[in-house]
Every structure is written in C-alpha cells, then in structure tokens.
Design a protein around this ligand. Structure first.
Ligand SMILES: O=C(O)CCC(=O)C(=O)O
Ligand SMILES: [Fe+2]
Length: 367
C-alpha cells in the first residue's frame, strides 16, 4: 500500500471533484425570467405563428406513446440486451452499456447516442391512425419537416439517447440549422439554452471560430457548471428548465444548448425543419456547405437535392424562401458596401464620411 496522505494534486483532485459535484444547486431556483415555458400541447398553427423561435416543454403528447409506457432499462435489456448500440466511439451490446451505466464514476460518462435504433429495434414510427403498432410519433406541432422531401437521402435525424446520471451533451447547436425535439421517457434532464445570431456572443465558457464551424468548450459539463453556470444564469437570453419523464422539449434552430441527465435516462430526439426555419436551412446548406453534416457519403450535393425535393413538393414555399434568403444576402452585401464606402445607416446620402481605408476599387470579399 502506497501512503498518499501527503499527496496534494489538482490534476488528480479536479476530475474527482467534477465527477462527484452535486447537481442540485445548478438545476434548482431557476429565476422566473429564465424559466422555459411549459404547456400541455400546441397546435401546428400556434407553433408556426408564435413558438418556432422559442424553447418550450410540452407535458402531454409523449404520455400517449407506447414507448413511454413500456420502456425501462430493464425492458430494453430483456428485448435488445445483445443488440449493439453506438456509445461515442464504441459499439457495445446494450447489456455491456447497462453494466457501465450502473458502475462508473467518470467525470464525463460515456453516452449512448444511436442513430440506427429504429431499424435495429424494429420500431414503427408514425401517426397511430395510419401506422400499425406505432411505437411513437412526433407531436402535431412538430409534424411538418421539410427534410422529409429528401426521403432516404435525408441526413441523420433520429437518435436513441441513454445515459447515467451526470451524462449529457456539452454546449452545441444542432446540425444544418435544424430544430429538434427531445422526448424524455425515463430520467429528467436539465436544459440550459441561449439564442444565437449575428450580434450575439456564444454562451459564457464557449468559444467559436470566426466562421462558427468549430466550437470549443474545453470543459466537461461539471467543470462548466462549476465555472460558468452562475454567469450564464445572469446573461440575457438564458433559458433553463427541467424536462421530466413523459415530457418533450423544443430546441429552436440555431439555439445553443447544454443538457445534463439528473437520473439514469432514456430519451428519443429528432431533428426537423419547420417552415419558420426553411430560410435558415437553405442559407446553411448553400452558404455553409463545408459545415453541412450527417448526410451519407453518396449524397454529393445536399443543397441541390434539397432544392429539387422542395421544388417538386412545395414549389411556392421554396420560391418564397429563396426570395427571402436573397433579400437577406443583399442586405448583408449592402451593409458591407456602406461600411467600405463610408456610408452609415443614418446618413446614406453623405459620401466620404467614415472609411476603413479600402480604396473604391478594392475587391474586398463580401462576407
Ligand atoms: O439529451 C441530450 O443529451 C441532448 C441531445 C441533444 O442535444 C441533441 O440530440 O442534439
Ligand atoms: Fe442538440
């Protein structure tokens, strides 16, 4: 036995401390202004008119899902114990993951996040009226999803998520400017969220490269909670809430979110494009092509495919969205040219006021 009584090491202490901090102080006493609204349910019209840009929790729809009634870690184990599921870099039989879940004290526990669970588990997904033996179905307000025009060529969009207490997702935005819903079947989740946008900075403790393609939060969830949660809670735009068993949370397109499981958890999440974010999705696919993710390798031009699919199924909506996107791009160009040519928004007619010093004939790239 080695005597460690005089060993003092931050390197050893910090992860140990982070693996054991109590979560309760961070997830309680949510200030009223930060509270994510909670509603029984929403119609498609209400969602599109008022809620597509706001996080919220719906308390009713998931309670009707067979998977909400039936799924526990035990029931999944008895039916799919030998089936392999993806947990970060490994594919493990569910029984192996369950053993890990029950007996780890890792600072950042391995998280099961499987995109192929529907075929693996032989599930039928869809409205119960038209889907025999439906396991679950998106609530009415989330049913419209323009990525469905891509059929089997759509990017990954549904995941089974299983993890122990303290597991979760570090700050990120969802891919391809999609919105998402996240339905909790077992074990509540704490969410903390921030809007993003041209004039907004990322959440405290999150650093983003200039083109927003790289996000670094070099910290585990626990380290972020220890160092940045208090500041985040005071930051305008912050929204927080707990999504309990049988509830479903809406993540609007472009919102930052960090999630931590307060108990061993089972959830299903799905990403989608509602009409309110069609312009954002077109913008992302066309102007951030290098950041597009989740498409199979054989899909060579996601933007073109999407436009073609939309043209065939919803030509009017596509035309309207493309016009709006063009206006947005022109607006940005105009602002840039005004800056370069020394015009301010207030004084469009005064030439030669303020200038960054680019000559009139410079070929500065429009960002
Ligand atoms: O349940 C979670 O950990 C959140 C999942 C999430 O943010 C996502 O699927 O994008
Ligand atoms: Fe997410």
């Amino acid at each position: 036995m080695i005597d460690c009584s005089h060993l003092y090491s931050d390197v050893l202490y910090r992860p140990f401390n982070c693996a054991h901090i109590a979560l309760e102080p961070y997830v309680t006493k949510i200030p009223a202004r930060n509270q994510i609204p909670r509603l029984p349910d929403l119609s498609a019209e209400e969602f599109h008119a008022e809620w597509a840009d706001r996080p919220f929790v719906l308390t009713e729809p998931v309670k009707a899902w067979p998977v909400y009634k039936d799924w526990t870690i035990g029931s999944l184990l008895s039916e799919h114990g030998q089936e392999k599921f993806r947990a970060e870099a490994v594919d493990w039989p569910l029984s192996t993951y369950r053993d890990y879940m029950a007996d780890n004290s890792d600072e950042s526990p391995l998280y099961l996040f499987d995109r192929a669970f529907v075929p693996k588990m032989g599930l039928a997904v869809g409205p119960p009226e038209s889907t025999p033996n439906a396991a679950y179905w998106p609530p009415t307000c989330f049913a419209e999803d323009f990525f469905s025009v891509l059929g089997k060529d759509r990017p990954d969009h549904q995941w089974l998520i299983v993890g122990p207490e303290r597991s979760g997702s570090k700050f990120h935005k969802d891919p391809n400017a999609t919105s998402a819903w996240n339905a909790v079947l077992r074990g509540p989740k704490y969410w903390i969220m921030f809007p993003s946008g041209d004039k907004r900075v990322p959440p405290p403790g999150v650093y983003v490269s200039d083109d927003q393609s790289e996000v670094t939060s070099p910290l585990s969830i626990a380290e972020w909670l220890l160092n940045f949660h208090a500041e985040a809670r005071r930051t305008p735009g912050c929204m927080e809430g707990i999504c309990g068993e049988g509830e479903i949370l809406h993540v609007p397109s472009g919102w930052w979110h960090l999630v931590v499981n307060l108990e061993p958890s089972i959830a299903i999440t799905q990403n989608f494009i509602p009409r309110a974010h069609l312009v954002a999705a077109l913008d992302f696919l066309s102007n951030k092509a290098d950041q597009v993710s989740g498409f199979r390798k054989n899909v060579e031009n996601p933007y073109e495919n999407f436009v073609n699919g939309m043209q065939a199924a919803y030509p009017d909506l596509l035309a309207q969205a493309q016009e709006e996107l063009q206006k947005k791009v022109d607006g940005k160009k105009r602002k840039w040219e005004d800056i370069v040519h020394g015009k301010t928004e207030e004084d469009q007619s005064t030439a030669g006021g303020f200038s960054f010093g680019f000559g009139d004939d410079s070929d500065v790239e429009v960002p």
